[in-house]
Design a protein around this ligand. Structure first.
Ligand SMILES: NC(=O)c1ccc[n+]([C@@H]2O[C@H](COP(=O)([O-])OP(=O)(O)OC[C@H]3O[C@@H](n4cnc5c(N)ncnc54)[C@H](OP(=O)(O)O)[C@@H]3O)[C@@H](O)[C@H]2O)c1
Length: 178
């Protein structure tokens, strides 16, 4: 079964997924104001494994409940102890992660965290992206996108306008490798 890798993420209009200090209130409040789950439950229902970076994993530890219940959780990190958390599997690099995904029978992966998404995009491993843009400019923060080895071509799938000026756009990525 080929691996499908999807991004589903919220972003400021100027391309940030969190403030530099990790604050997400600007996103959560506007998402709530949109008055909809923005398609998240439908998206997550098709996912078996989430891949995050250490940054996103550590942010999730601050939530009231573990956000990844029912999913296999793979965390990319050079620093986390391998046995840091029984709920996760830690991988030191992309090659080890991809072997682990194959060994575990992963079929549909949710790729989350800015640096990890950038890693996957550089390697041509992302199949589709659903990007929910909230109407704010932050000026600085943790970027969704970054340097690439070459252009990444996209095909528009859908755009939906929710309440509170929240706009969600989905793209298929023209895969170049993987
Ligand atoms: N807006 C949203 O919808 C949304 C979604 C997810 C997350 N977030 C927020 O975004 C922030 C986290 O994103 P981020 O971009 O800062 O970090 P991230 O991608 O979640 O994690 C970065 C870390 O992952 C590890 N990593 C990444 N690529 C790697 C690779 N190729 N090989 C080995 N390790 C790799 C490194 O850990 P080591 O330093 O340990 O090596 C790196 O420091 C958090 O504040 C989170 O709350 C927002």
């Amino acid at each position: 079964m080929p691996l499908t890798c999807s991004v589903f993420i919220g972003v400021s209009l100027d391309g940030f997924i969190a403030r530099e200090n990790g604050d997400l209130e600007w996103l959560i409040s506007r998402g709530e104001a949109a008055g909809d789950d923005l398609g998240f439950q439908k998206f997550i229902a098709g996912i078996d494994t989430i891949v995050t970076g250490r940054g996103t994993y550590e942010a999730g530890l601050g939530f009231e409940t573990w956000p990844y219940e029912g999913l296999r959780v793979a965390v990319l990190s050079r620093e986390l102890d391998a046995d840091a958390d029984p709920r996760i599997t830690v991988y030191r690099d992309l090659d080890a992660l991809l072997r682990g995904l194959a060994d575990s029978g992963a079929e549909h992966v949710y790729v989350d965290g800015g640096q990890v998404i950038q890693t996957f995009l550089r390697e041509g491993l992302i199949d589709d992206m659903t990007i929910t843009t909230v109407p704010v400019l932050l000026g600085s923060g943790r970027p969704l996108f970054g340097p690439l080895n070459g252009d990444v071509s996209l095909v528009h799938r859908a755009t939906q306008v929710f309440g509170a000026s929240v706009v969600q756009t989905s793209y298929d990525v023209v895969r170049t490798a993987g």
